[in-house]
Design a protein around this ligand. Structure first.
Ligand SMILES: NC(=O)c1ccc[n+]([C@@H]2O[C@H](COP(=O)([O-])OP(=O)(O)OC[C@H]3O[C@@H](n4cnc5c(N)ncnc54)[C@H](OP(=O)(O)O)[C@@H]3O)[C@@H](O)[C@H]2O)c1
Length: 391
């Protein structure tokens, strides 16, 4: 009996749920999940678990067979068009055709222009029925980082900060560590564990001397990036003392003195020379370089100068904001976003009601943020045909 559209959505939603389990482990590959269904019953499930490992389609076929099911004639629901090229593993289209799967329902085509549509074409040429576009928006939302890297050659930028109820990220003396609680710190560490790198400005290194590692107990250890035009970073900071934990990259400009470059390199960190721009190093050039290194997610953790630059340059894709139920007060305590030269109107900030950056898809949800609440916003992703573009 042919599956009803609702059924397609139900099984693809499950495939997307499975896909999401690969977050932080599969990049720069896409997160992919697959579900095999016969007569309305799930007979096999799988997802891409780690970079270089078997793909979701192959995992699902293997799981069905392990459970004693014949997959011939069944329907496969998969969150992304199956690949048709030899990469680290053989093409999934071949595995699907060999297993005699009768129909493939895929959420979206692969955004990579070199492979897009070719997997679908190979399956159809072999007589497999293919349906695409079911749950496409959800799939594109899940794969935002992959889509942006493949289409724009840059990582997805998540700007994250913790603030008080009255919108302050630090006291006027620069103290900020105690704003968020234990639960939100755990979530922030878990977020680091899903990203290729964490980025701060040298102001934050001087104020807080952070390690910027993932101490959640699971996930990856991100690289650490410091924006430091003049290579002014204190040589005794914890970042430079911990280059054995994960790479440390100091992004500076040509003016950075040779002695400082040598000292930073001697500590085991990389000095990345970028063109200058108003406010410091050229962020667009930084993102192009990180894209060349196949970074999929960059977490920008501040401080206000760097957040102001990313937001003011419209380079942020997503905001994660922890809001603690505290009032900091004080006219001189710091807000999260500093004025960025050239990007904001004179005097700083929006001039009229309704001006400034508007957030689409903001979800203040309070999930597990301990003594604070968390709001997340994906400013532009609901547009399914666009892979990023800034706030
Ligand atoms: N609550 C939170 O979530 C949180 C998180 C982080 C930090 N903080 C607080 O934020 C405060 C630090 O903020 P901050 O504004 O002084 O420091 P920052 O944003 O960390 O660093 C700013 C510095 O980064 C360098 N930089 C290089 N390229 C840049 C670019 N393209 N755009 C902007 N900056 C660039 C500049 O120094 P050069 O010109 O010398 O390169 C600039 O002065 C501290 O009080 C810290 O505690 C709070």
């Amino acid at each position: 009996m042919p599956a009803m559209p609702d059924e397609h959505e139900q099984f693809l939603a499950r495939a997307l749920e499975l896909a999401a389990r690969g977050r932080g482990a599969v990049e720069p590959n896409p997160m992919v999940g697959a579900v095999i269904v016969r007569d309305g019953q799930v007979i096999g499930e799988g997802f891409h678990q780690r970079f270089g490992g078997p793909h979701a389609e192959v995992e699902a076929i293997a799981a069905a067979r392990r459970a004693g099911h014949d997959v011939a004639g069944a329907t496969m629901y998969v969150s992304l068009e199956p690949c048709c090229h030899q990469g680290k593993t053989p093409p999934c289209t071949e595995a699907i055709i060999a297993a005699k799967i009768a129909r493939v329902v895929a959420a979206m085509e692969d955004p990579d222009r070199q492979v897009s549509g070719k997997g679908v074409a190979a399956l159809r040429a072999a007589g497999v029925e293919v349906v695409t576009g079911v749950c496409r928006d959800q799939a594109r939302r899940l794969l935002a980082g992959y889509v942006k890297l493949r289409t724009q050659g840059r990582p997805w930028i998540i700007c994250k900060w913790a603030q008080s109820l009255d919108g302050r990220i630090a006291t006027f003396t620069g103290h900020s560590k105690w704003i968020s609680g234990e639960a939100s710190r755990q979530r922030a560490h878990a977020l680091r564990g899903q990203c290729d790198g964490v980025c701060v400005g040298v102001g934050t290194v001087k104020a807080d001397d952070p390690l910027l590692t993932n101490r959640s107990g699971s996930g990856r250890q991100p690289a650490r990036v410091v924006l430091d035009e003049a290579l002014d970073i204190p040589l005794r900071c914890r970042l430079l003392a911990s280059t054995d934990l994960s790479p440390v990259i100091i992004a500076a400009c040509q003016e950075a003195p040779e002695r400082a470059r040598q000292a930073v390199r001697q500590a085991g960190a990389e000095v990345l020379i970028l063109p200058p721009a108003p406010g410091g190093v050229d962020l667009a050039a930084l993102l192009d370089e990180l894209g060349r290194r196949q970074w999929t997610y960059l977490l920008v953790e501040g401080g206000r100068g760097v957040l102001g630059s990313f937001l003011g340059s419209r380079l942020a894709d997503e905001l994660v904001v922890f809001v603690a139920p505290r009032l900091l007060g004080g006219r001189r305590s710091l807000g999260p976003v500093a004025a960025h030269p050239g990007a904001l109107p004179p005097g700083g900030g929006a001039r009229r009601r309704g001006g400034g950056g508007r957030l689409r898809g903001a979800r203040p949800d309070g999930r597990g943020a301990g003594q604070g609440r968390q709001g997340e916003a994906d400013p532009q992703l609901p547009r399914p045909d666009v892979g990023g573009g800034g706030l």
